[in-house]
Design a protein around this ligand. Structure first.
Ligand code: TXA
Ligand code: MG
Length: 334
């Protein structure tokens, strides 16, 4: 490893992107901010560097990685047989929280794609990420910068906590505006199919394309599809979902002795008891998404017995958040 690659954790500001590019070219790992979550980046053409990502995260080799690009013109370096509606979606949504699954070009390493014939591609919408990608001028593979099955980090400090000395450099970019991982859309079939919900909604994609967009049911997803591992995106503290009416009853009965509990709400219910920690996240969906992982991570630091999350509305706009809450609670209801 060249001397430029430092083992101790260094917080970088965006002016240090030249150093980040050098680290990537030398086969090192650079964590960087995107608008969704922080990514753990490596040169997508360097198999040795990609291997370091799997080692740092403790991630099985069969889980494919998203290749991040700086501009749409680079799509043809990585994908082939790109349908016109993929370009239409890219033009409308990139840079942004969309990942498209396309047929991979033959020379793309199977280490990137988990042995599959398809590849995930995305142009993130964050000035630090975009400058890094443009200066690097090639693809950067970047999974979320957390240990396998942990919560995705939405701040540089959270990356440091997750991966510590396994990263050569962390680019500082503040807290991620969106706060949930990108929407993944499979564009290899006649109709687009959402493999992972995100804040770019099914309805928005359907409106852009003027065609029906399906959401893949997790039961019929291929084993390597996103989020199949039942403890994906989970806090370390046992986490449960509870309906609003049950939450009011549960809290009113909570005694001081049982108080090692945190409650996350979005509605304006009044919880008449102060023997617990209460985080009111916004009833505004974007604001809720922005705060969710950060709040769960802060609560994990407190080593509580339980985190209880008020169930969110069943309406479509909450789909991506509901999906992550299901995963955070491993489907546990109280
Ligand atoms: O918002 C995001 O997408 C973030 C930021 C850093 O860009 N990245 C991210 O990467 O969430 P990761 O690796 O944590 O999740 C990517 C998901 C994985 O679950 C993987 O299975 C899926 O994308 N994926 C990647 N390539 C795929 C492919 N060819 N077919 C199906 N799923 C794929
Ligand atoms: Mg991830």
């Amino acid at each position: 490893m060249k001397e430029i690659i430092r083992r101790e954790m260094v917080m970088m500001v965006s002016g240090d992107i030249a150093q980040a590019v050098k680290i990537l070219r030398d086969g090192g790992l650079v964590a960087f901010p995107t608008e969704t979550v922080y990514g753990l980046g490596a040169d997508a053409r360097n198999e040795k560097a990609i291997g370091k990502i799997f080692a740092a995260k403790g991630r099985p080799l069969t889980h494919p990685l998203i290749v991040h690009l700086g501009e749409i013109a680079q799509l043809t370096d990585w994908a082939c047989e790109i349908p016109p509606h993929a370009y239409q979606l890219a033009e409308a949504c990139w840079p942004g929280s969309l990942t498209m699954i396309l047929k991979k070009k033959q020379d793309v390493s199977s280490l990137v794609t988990g042995g599959q014939e398809t590849i995930g591609l995305r142009i993130p919408n964050h000035p630090v990420a975009l400058t890094l990608l443009k200066d690097f001028a090639s693809g950067i593979v970047a999974p979320s910068a957390n240990k396998f099955t942990h919560l995705s980090p939405t701040t540089a400090e959270a990356v440091q906590e997750e991966l510590g000395a396994n990263v050569d450099l962390i680019l500082q970019g503040g807290s991620c505006a969106v706060g949930l991982e990108s929407t993944i859309v499979d564009m290899t079939q006649t109709l687009p199919r959402i493999l992972r919900l995100g804040m770019l909604s099914q309805q928005k994609i359907a409106n852009i394309l003027g065609m029906e967009v399906k959401v893949a049911e997790s039961k019929v997803q291929a084993p390597r599809a996103p989020g199949m591992h039942h403890v994906h995106y989970a806090p370390l503290t046992p986490t449960y979902l509870m309906a609003t009416e049950d939450l009011e009853k549960f809290i009113s009965k909570l005694s001081f002795a049982e108080s090692s509990v945190a409650v996350i709400t979005h509605s304006d219910i009044v919880l008449a008891n102060n023997h617990f920690i209460h985080h009111h996240l916004s009833s505004n969906i974007d604001q809720y998404a922005h705060n969710l992982y950060h709040t769960l991570r802060q609560l994990d630091h407190l080593h509580l017995k339980k985190i209880i999350i008020e169930k969110v509305p069943l309406s479509k706009e909450w789909d991506a958040i509901r999906d992550r809450l299901q995963k955070a609670s491993a489907g546990r209801d109280l």
